[in-house]
Design a protein around this ligand. Structure first.
Ligand code: GLY
Length: 557
């Protein structure tokens, strides 16, 4: 096979610590993996544009950040060209053709959560490879071989594991043990890897080589597809060759809103993220959150009430627009937000009906976000996922990549919460070839036709509220990007009717005042909320931050 390593790249070490904050003038990449950010920066420095870098980072994350970076999953991209055109790409997974509405129900009609999350039935048809290659073809300037070379080298030569990855692998070892290829990939001869060990992925390198050489056919047809389909056949999954061959990413019209004179560009359905973000901002715009003050009882009460109403709308109205008529214009309109928020009572929390209906996610939500800008001002915001951390934990034997368990993002049964405690109904019911509803919220904000902010986050249902708070911090509270991203956050999602907050997000006296208003179940979050790797444009420079809640890195030049 053709040798693809066009550039000399030193052996990668996940222990190299890149900055969590950088200011630079020519280009910037912020991601959950310092290695992947460095890959993206190198592509920019070699003259690649933001899309070249985004595709290089996407493939690099599949190697260096395997819990969420992927080729076996999917995601969404918002791209704004330096000419001011905004595009969104939907490379979300699809239900296989043999999927059906009741596929996760047991004989009593209850949702079998083991099946919807931990089996190969949980896997949607992957979209990442098709999405990245399509974006490269449409907007990139470099060849596939050039942008994939770093990921291939990274997988083949390996890199030194840091404490973060080594401990993730060790923690998940009992789950990897159920599948031999997963155990082989994530253990050192069946023993836990240690920080400082070299980690190589030769099978993944070979798969990436095939994709670099053959394009999407290297993944959706031929030996890689054969290995994936063989796994489905031996483990009762549904994905067929026809499912793989017919997968197509889609370019969709961005959702657009305005807030305090800024323009918000974000992801439409099948992600709920953009619509909910704009709906909440529309509800909050008439109130001066800046004057009310960050962390004040009044501003938190307002934001919780906006969250409650928007997430209730998510459950009722949002799903794949190719299968369900989503009332997009209604939900995005300022008039609708005004009416929806008309019953807001500054003195009283409203009731979420049926407060027992949801559960808090039992598992740390995993997805990952990266932001990129190049010297011309082309901006890319991408969020990608396997759904749960390491998806369904199944590595395809011979092909070396993990499968997603995204089917759990469907509403398997009306009003039964999914892995993120989210409720859904008809709009998000399972159907063949339908895309499952997401919360991913890759977003670009402009002011006077110039990029102001590139942001997004992982975190399942908490993603949208994470981005809401980053946006409000920058616009209403005039924070720089470092403070806007690293300030503590809170989350409410209608059902379950509880508020979770990171330490410092809500002062104890404010907790008492919110309780007095009727906000029940306010408590510290068991998880960090979000990981918003973001970039802000300031005067004539870019400021990038990798969220300090997690390891990651920002690389600018
Ligand atoms: N799997 C998480 C999401 O798409 O929202």
């Amino acid at each position: 096979m053709k040798k693809l390593l066009l550039f000399f790249i030193p052996l990668f070490a996940a222990t190299q610590v890149l900055a969590e904050f950088q200011r630079a003038e020519n280009g910037m990449v912020s991601s959950r993996s310092d290695i992947a950010s460095e890959v993206g920066k190198d592509i920019l420095a070699q003259g690649g544009n933001a899309i070249d870098a985004a595709v290089a980072v996407g493939f690099a994350l599949a190697v260096s950040y395997p819990s969420a970076g992927n080729i076996g999953g999917g995601g969404f991209m918002v791209y704004r060209s330096s000419e001011g055109e905004v595009y969104t790409q939907d490379f979300r997974e699809k239900a296989p053709r043999a999927a059906h509405r009741d596929m996760f129900l047991d004989e009593n009609g209850d949702v079998d959560r083991n099946l919807s999350r931990n089996s190969l039935l949980a896997t949607g048809v992957p979209g990442s490879v098709a999405g990245h290659l399509d974006a490269l073809e449409r907007f990139g300037s470099m060849s596939r071989e050039q942008v994939m070379a770093p990921a291939i080298q990274l997988a083949e030569e390996g890199f030194i594991l840091n404490e973060d990855l080594a401990s993730q692998f060790a923690d998940n070892l009992p789950r990897f043990e159920q599948y031999p290829a997963s155990l082989a990939t994530f253990s050192n001869n069946d023993q836990a890897y240690q920080a400082g060990d070299l980690w190589q992925q030769p099978e993944l390198a070979e798969t990436l080589r095939r994709i670099a050489a053959e394009g999407r056919d290297g993944f959706y047809k031929g030996p890689v597809a054969d290995m994936l389909v063989a796994s489905m056949e031996t483990h009762d999954g549904l994905i067929t060759h026809a499912d793989l061959e017919s997968y197509q990413p889609l370019w969709r019209e961005a959702v657009h809103g305005s807030y305090q004179g800024y323009d918000i560009w974000s992801m439409p359905t099948p992600s709920s993220g953009g619509i909910l973000l704009i709906e909440m901002l529309n509800m909050l715009e008439p109130y001066n959150l800046g004057e009310l003050g960050w962390g004040s009882t009044e501003s938190i009460h307002l934001m919780i009430e906006a969250q409650r109403r928007a997430y209730a709308d998510r459950a009722e109205h949002l799903g794949d627009p190719d299968f369900y008529e989503v009332p997009r214009q209604m939900l995005l309109s300022k008039e609708y937000a005004r009416q929806r928020f008309a019953d807001f009572d500054p003195q009283r929390a409203s009731d979420s009906q049926d407060i027992d209906a949801g559960n808090w996610p039992a598992e740390s939500p995993q997805t990952t976000h990266y932001s990129i800008i190049d010297a011309e001002g082309n901006a890319v915001s991408i969020t990608t996922t396997l759904n749960a951390s390491y998806g369904n934990k199944f590595v395809v034997p011979g092909a070396g990549f993990l499968l997603n368990n995204e089917m759990d993002d469907f509403s398997s049964s009306p009003n039964t919460p999914n892995g993120f405690g989210l409720i859904g109904r008809e709009a998000n019911a399972i159907a063949p070839e339908k895309r499952m509803l997401s919360s991913m919220t890759p977003t670009i904000i402009t002011r006077d036709d110039e990029v102001f902010l590139i942001t997004g986050s992982p975190g399942g249902s908490t993603i949208i509220n994470t981005i809401l708070q980053v946006v409000i911090n920058t616009i209403d509270h005039d924070m720089n990007i470092d403070d806007a991203v690293n300030s503590p956050r809170f989350h409410h999602q209608w059902l379950p009717n509880i508020v979770r907050y990171e330490e410092g997000a809500i002062q104890e006296s404010v907790v008492q005042e919110l309780r007095a208003l009727g906000h029940v179940g306010i408590s510290l979050s068991p998880f960090r909320i979000g990981d918003a790797n973001s970039i802000m444009v300031v005067e004539d420079a870019y400021e990038g931050v990798s969220d300090s809640r997690n390891d990651g890195g920002v690389a600018g030049f």
